[in-house]
Write a protein that binds this ligand. Structure first.
Ligand SMILES: [Zn+2]
Length: 124
């Protein structure tokens, strides 16, 4: 049973904290943090520091790999759709999933599945 994963921070092991100190007595080393989930960087980093370390080391390569912008994007009616829903703080339920056009303010209903589907969008 090990769905533990390692923080992807390139310098995580260099930060001295008690929870990073692992190993048998006399043989302890400072190690990369390992947990079932992380709060930062889409569940990949134990801290903002570790996320920043990774980006400082690899961010330029990642941007170049996935496509660097060389001209501005323009917000138009065709790409101004964002997803929204209502959240009931009393009972924790969600309802009224919808696409909202940030320019025209038009709203179109969504199913919960469409809301959760990252591929689904009205943007063209
Ligand atoms: Zn870390």
């Amino acid at each position: 049973m090990s769905n533990l994963k390692y923080c992807q921070g390139t310098k995580c092991h260099t930060y001295y904290t008690q929870d990073r100190l692992k190993g048998t007595k006399g043989n302890k080393t400072n190690q990369t943090r390992r947990r079932s989930s992380f709060y930062y960087g889409n569940d990949n980093f134990c801290s903002l520091n570790c996320q920043n370390d990774w980006f400082n080391d690899f961010g330029d390569n990642a941007i170049n790999h996935f496509g660097r912008l060389h001209e501005p994007k323009h917000l138009t009616e065709d790409n101004a759709w964002v997803k929204d829903y209502n959240y009931n703080w009393n009972d924790g339920t969600q309802s009224n999933w919808r696409s909202v056009n940030k320019i025209t303010k038009e709203q179109r209903p969504l199913t919960e599945e469409q809301y959760n589907n990252k591929e689904y969008t009205l943007n063209t």
